[in-house]
Design a protein around this ligand. Structure first.
Ligand SMILES: Cc1cc2nc3c(=O)[nH]c(=O)nc-3n(C[C@H](O)[C@H](O)[C@H](O)COP(=O)(O)OP(=O)(O)OC[C@H]3O[C@@H](n4cnc5c(N)ncnc54)[C@H](O)[C@@H]3O)c2cc1C
Ligand code: SF4
Length: 590
């Protein structure tokens, strides 16, 4: 096999991560070398990564990363300057890994691209009706719509398609977008400042060996790196530790959102209707509820969100969602229809008191990787966009004179002066109020909203989600009905509709810190809750025919990248790392 080697170097100075500078260049041969597979193994060990230099590198092609990219290029165009902006996305294309409700509040879009209508933004379904319901097992009644859930002026959209459109706008402005590449490693310079990222190596086999497809990852170096990885960003977690970004902040808390897209009977279609419910099938001690949005084109987006601070290890968010669809208040919507897509994604719910320090030498965090979701609104897109735009403005102002390792501290200051900060501050006590159950949460929310108007002289605290589980023997078992294959489904047929695909011959991207924990701790104490909270059937306890020798089987190829296991595993033993770029779900219109 032939390998073209353009730039072969050896690292003299490697700590835990690659360090920028201090490199010894042994050859720079723009020639083609013939190597055998043995040579390839040896060469891989010394083959240095190719590197590209940019002013700004952005990790993640969601609304926050794309808004940052667009704003940077807009500012450069306005001031007649050239800047190089690169955005990297682990999905096979921009939008492939995006899953949301979604009702879009267009406030940030109006600021970023005021003529979005003329530019054909896919905002086709204005919200025309809001309904907020309480469900009992057999009945339902309407609740007053809380002010935060009033969607007048908002649009029901596919966030994936919106991101595809934002990607086109960014490319038209000259942003270099590389989909199909996962940022697998943060690069640090000699002063320990972030100086870019490296994409993962491709063509590594299951056991860590290099296959014929082996390709060394690439270094994307930059004066500033913006991390826009979305909820529970994998590299962001390493930055939290390295720079103590969470010190003095509340733990982040999360929920899992599971969603399906249905083609429905045209006679049942009510484009513009946004419908939410609380209550059945969840018990009142578990935070969560449903959304059901009627889009144009006889489609319905339906989903269920369950707070990951739930305490019953027998609970299965996937099965709660399947049960919900059978309720008499909604069942009819799906009858005669066809499910066309499925997926899941975690969302963050910590709000104001869980926002980490946002900057560090060499870069910053934007969007849901930092945690800007407005929980009572169930909306994080407008805040993600605003944070991306604000980071871009802060970075651009000092980019020209910027020294390596500059910390864009003015980003946090600008954000604190923006509407985003006061919006999140006002609702900071609503989500933690639900830790004591639905009714107390609703009363607290009403008092906080109508009496204190978000200005209560206290701030309620959060706890981490992985510490909330009771043991299996302490919690009631839940008997979920079998799926009927018409309205409710099993995990396998669901994952099929997510278009998920991973190269099978690659190291598992769901790693265990300690391989004894799943059986000796999780199974023994909690009846292996990963079997139930994973919405893709990745974790299975398999046994011998006689029921002996239980072991955890990880079907990593099914993973839809929701990150729930990384969050909810009771001993934080599961660590989600990036698989080969391009792997994972291929969501069409989610
Ligand atoms: C079920 C559900 C319903 C929701 N409903 C609404 C709603 O109705 N309205 C609303 O406004 N918000 C809603 N949200 C929240 C909203 O989707 C998020 O707030 C928003 O998507 C956050 O944008 P982001 O850019 O920060 O992250 P994301 O949208 O998550 O985008 C992050 C991107 O980065 C990529 N990425 C991550 N890590 C890497 C890496 N290491 N290398 C390369 N690429 C990487 C991902 O593949 C992804 O494309 C909902 C969320 C969920 C889960
Ligand atoms: S393995 Fe983890 S990240 Fe993947 S789908 Fe399951 S819970 Fe989500």
């Amino acid at each position: 096999m032939q390998v073209s080697v353009d730039f072969l170097t050896v690292n003299l100075c490697e700590k835990d991560n690659y360090r920028y500078g201090g490199r010894y260049h042994i050859t720079n041969a723009a020639e083609t070398k013939k190597v055998g597979s043995d040579d390839l193994q040896t060469m891989g060990a010394i083959m240095e990564r190719e590197a590209m230099e940019f002013d700004v590198v952005i990790v993640g092609g969601g609304p926050s990363g794309l808004s940052a990219a667009i704003r940077l290029k807009q500012l450069a165009a306005e001031s007649g300057r050239e800047i190089e902006v690169c955005l990297i996305e682990k999905g096979s294309e921009v939008g492939a890994h995006i899953l949301s409700g979604a009702v879009l509040e267009p406030r940030s879009l109006n600021e970023l691209i005021p003529d979005w209508k003329e530019r054909g933004a896919p905002l086709d379904t204005p919200v025309t009706a809001d309904k907020f319901m309480f469900l009992t097992e057999t009945g339902s009644f309407r609740l007053p719509t809380p002010p935060q859930m009033n969607n007048h002026g908002n649009y029901i959209i596919s966030l994936g398609n919106f991101c595809r459109w934002l990607g086109e706008q960014a490319e038209a402005l000259g942003v270099e977008i590389y989909p199909g590449f996962a940022a697998a490693e943060v690069l640090y310079d000699d002063s320990d400042a972030v100086c870019g990222i490296a994409t993962g190596d491709m063509g590594i086999g299951k056991n860590g060996e290099q296959t014929e497809m082996y390709m060394r990852g690439m270094e994307l170096r930059a004066k500033q790196t913006i991390f826009a990885e979305g909820c529970r960003g994998h590299l962001t977690k390493t930055l939290f530790d390295r720079f103590d970004l969470r010190e003095g902040k509340d733990p982040q808390t999360y929920a899992i959102g599971i969603k399906e897209l249905w083609d429905i009977d045209p006679e049942k279609s009510k484009p513009g209707t946004a419908w939410h419910s609380v209550g059945w099938p969840l018990s009142t001690d578990t935070y969560g509820g449903s959304f059901l949005y009627h889009l144009n084109g006889n489609q319905v987006a339906v989903g269920y969100v369950v707070g990951l601070d739930y305490s019953n290890p027998h609970l299965s968010p996937f099965e709660e969602f399947q049960r919900f669809k059978t309720h008499p208040a909604v069942r009819g919507v799906f009858e005669g229809g066809r499910r066309v897509a499925y997926g899941a994604r975690a969302l963050n719910e910590g709000g104001f008191q869980s926002i980490p320090k946002l900057t560090f030498p060499g870069g910053c965090l934007v969007g849901c990787t930092a945690g800007f979701l407005h929980v009572p609104k169930i909306k994080g897109t407008h805040t993600a966009m605003k944070s991306g735009m604000t980071a871009a403005e802060a970075i651009f102002e000092s980019l020209e004179a910027m020294q390596p390792g500059h910390e864009p501290a003015s980003y946090a200051e600008r954000l604190q002066d923006s509407w985003l900060w006061s919006e999140l501050y006002k609702v900071r006590n609503i989500r933690p109020g639900f830790a004591k159950g639905l009714w107390r949460g609703m009363i607290n929310a009403a008092i906080d909203t109508y009496l204190f108007m978000g200005r209560a002289p206290w701030t309620m605290r959060h706890h981490a989600d992985h510490i909330t589980l009771k043991t299996a023997s302490e919690a009631p078992k839940i008997d979920y009905p079998k799926p009927d294959g018409v309205i409710s489904f099993d995990r396998n047929s669901s994952v099929y509709l997510s278009g998920t695909n991973h190269e099978e011959n690659q190291p598992a991207h769901l790693t265990l810190k300690d391989s004894s924990v799943p059986i000796e701790h999780n199974l023994a104490l909690y009846d292996a809750p990963e079997q139930r909270y994973c919405p893709a059937g990745v974790y299975e306890i398999v046994r011998e025919e006689d029921g002996s020798s239980p072991r955890l089987q990880i079907n990593a190829q099914n993973c839809v990248h929701c990150k729930t296991c990384d969050i909810k595993d009771p001993s934080q033993n599961i660590v989600w790392v990036t698989p080969e770029g391009g792997g994972g779900p291929n969501y069409p219109n989610m």
